[in-house]
Design a protein around this ligand. Structure first.
Ligand code: 13P
Ligand code: SF4
Length: 390
C-alpha cells in the first residue's frame, strides 16, 4: 500500500494507543481505563503509601530521562547499563517496577530470577529506535551475510536499545550487547573476534564510537538499509566494511543539528557543548565532550561553579541538571522542546496505578520474555556484563 504522497507507510507505528498488542513492534499496549486522574492531589501520598506497604518486596528503577514526578520514587536511578546491573543484583525483590521503556524492562526480566516479576507502568512506553530493527528485518539481513559467506567473520553488536528478540539473535550468533557507556569496549571485543561488526540498531552510536574511539575512518563504515534489497549495499561493500551500521536512529537525539552547536556557541562564547553519542556524527564532532547519560551527569557534577554548558540529550535530564546545579549555567542544546515522548508515558498516575495494583495482589503490565528468547538474549547480555571496564 502506498500513500497519496507515493511513499510506503512505515510498518511500525511509533506510538500506539489502544488495547491491542502490535506484533510488528517491540511492545504491546494496554489502557485498561483504571488510572487515577492526573489532577488527583493525593497522588504523591498514594505512591508513598503503596511503596511503604510493599516494603522490601518492591524495587523501583528509574532511567534518567524519566519525569521528576516519577524519578522521586525510584530506589535507584541510572543509565541503561547501570539499571541492567542493578536489576541483576536484586534477587530479593519480588516486584521490579521499571520506570523507563519497554526494552529496558525486557532486559530486567531476562536478568532477574523466575521468582521476580517486572512491571512497566505504561506499556506504550516503547522506543522508536528499538522499533527500527524488527526480528524479520534482522533475520533477512543475516541471510544476506550468510549467502555471501560473511556470517562466520561478522560479529553482531546490538545496542541495549533493541527488542529481546534482537538481543536473542545477537546471543545466538556470538555477539554482545552494548550501551552508550561501554560501546567502545564492546566494539574492541568484537573486532578481536571477527573481521567486521554488524551494529544494531543505532547507526549514530556505532559510527561515533568506531570513528571517535577506535580511530576507524568514515569509509570503514557502511549503512545497511533494511528497506532495500541487500541493505542497498553491494557484496564488495559488505565484505570490505569494518562496521556495517543498521539504518536506525534515536528520534530525540537525532534532532540536534550542527546549526544548534554553532548557534549556542554564538550566543554563549564560553559554552562547553556536551552531547550523547546517539547524536549525529557532525554534532558529536563539533561538541567538546561526548558520553552516556551517566557521563553527562558526572561531568556536570565535577564542573566548576560559573561554568557554562549546552547539553544535547533528553530534556527531563537536562532540566533536572539545570535545577540541581544553579551555580552553573546549563542550557538545552536545541531551541525547541525535545522530550522523549515514550519515556514521558510513565507518569505519576500510571506509577500509582501499578503500585496500588501490586498492593492489592494484582500484577499489571508484567513484562515477560519467552524462555527461549530470554535464554539467548541472556547470553548476549551476560557477555556485555563480562566485558572489561574501560
Ligand atoms: P543511556 O541510558 O545508555 O545513556 O541511553 C540513553 C537512551 O536513549 C536510553 O533510551
Ligand atoms: Fe528510544 Fe531515543 Fe527515547 Fe531513548 S531517548 S527511549 S533511544 S527514542
Amino acid at each position: 500500500m502506498t500513500t497519496d504522497l507515493g511513499v510506503e507507510p512505515t510498518p511500525l507505528a511509533l506510538l500506539l494507543l489502544g488495547r491491542q498488542a502490535d506484533p510488528e513492534s517491540e511492545r504491546g499496549t494496554a489502557c485498561p481505563g483504571e488510572l487515577p486522574a492526573a489532577s488527583d492531589p493525593d497522588l504523591v501520598e498514594r505512591a508513598r503509601a503503596a511503596k511503604a506497604a510493599l516494603g522490601d518486596k518492591l524495587f523501583v528503577l528509574g532511567h534518567h530521562y524519566q519525569r521528576d514526578e516519577v524519578i522521586q520514587f525510584a530506589d535507584v536511578t541510572g543509565d541503561s547499563f547501570k539499571l541492567a546491573r542493578e536489576a541483576a543484583a536484586r534477587p530479593g525483590a519480588e516486584y521490579v517496577v521499571f520506570c523507563g521503556v519497554h526494552f529496558m524492562a525486557e532486559s530486567a526480566d531476562i536478568l532477574t530470577g523466575p521468582h521476580q516479576q517486572v512491571v512497566l507502568p505504561d506499556l506504550a512506553a516503547g522506543c522508536s529506535m528499538a522499533d527500527m530493527a524488527s526480528t524479520e528485518q534482522v533475520a533477512e539481513a543475516w541471510d544476506v551475510f550468510t549467502d555471501l559467506g560473511l556470517d562466520g567473520d561478522t560479529i553482531p553488536v546490538s545496542y541495549m536499545n533493541s527488542s529481546a528478540a534482537i538481543k536473542a539473535f545477537t546471543g545466538r550468533n556470538g555477539g554482545t550487547i552494548c550501551t552508550s557507556s561501554n560501546a567502545e569496549v564492546a566494539l574492541r571485543w568484537a573486532l578481536d573476534r571477527g573481521r567486521r561488526v554488524l551494529f544494531l540498531p543505532d547507526q549514530h552510536l556505532g559510527r561515533n564510537t568506531a570513528v571517535r574511539s577506535l580511530g576507524l575512518s568514515l569509509d570503514d563504515c557502511v549503512v545497511y538499509d533494511p528497506r532495500k534489497p541487500s541493505g542497498g549495499l553491494s557484496a564488495d561493500q559488505l565484505r570490505d566494511a569494518t562496521m556495517v551500521l543498521w539504518k536506525g536512529h534515536c528520534s530525540v537525539h537525532g534532532r540536534f543539528s550542527l546549526e544548534c552547536v554553532h548557534d549556542v556557541r554564538r550566543r554563549l562564547p564560553d559554552v562547553q557543548v556536551l552531547v550523547h553519542p546517539e547524536c549525529r556524527h557532525e554534532v558529536v564532532s563539533a561538541a567538546d565532550l561526548v558520553g552516556s547519560t551517566e557521563f553527562i551527569i558526572r561531568t556536570i557534577e565535577a564542573a566548576p561553579a560559573g561554568s557554562t554548558w549546552a547539553i544535547g540529550t533528553e530534556l527531563n535530564l537536562v532540566s533536572r541538571l539545570a535545577k540541581a546545579h544553579a551555580d552553573k549555567t546549563i542550557v538545552f542544546l536545541d531551541k525547541t522542546v525535545c522530550f522523549c515522548s515514550t519515556m514521558n508515558r510513565i507518569d505519576l498516575p500510571h506509577l500509582v496505578w501499578a503500585l496500588e495494583s501490586l498492593v492489592d495482589g494484582r500484577v499489571v503490565n508484567r513484562i515477560e520474555v519467552d524462555p527461549q528468547t530470554a535464554a539467548d538474549a541472556r547470553t548476549a547480555l551476560d557477555q556485555m556484563l563480562a566485558l572489561p571496564a574501560l
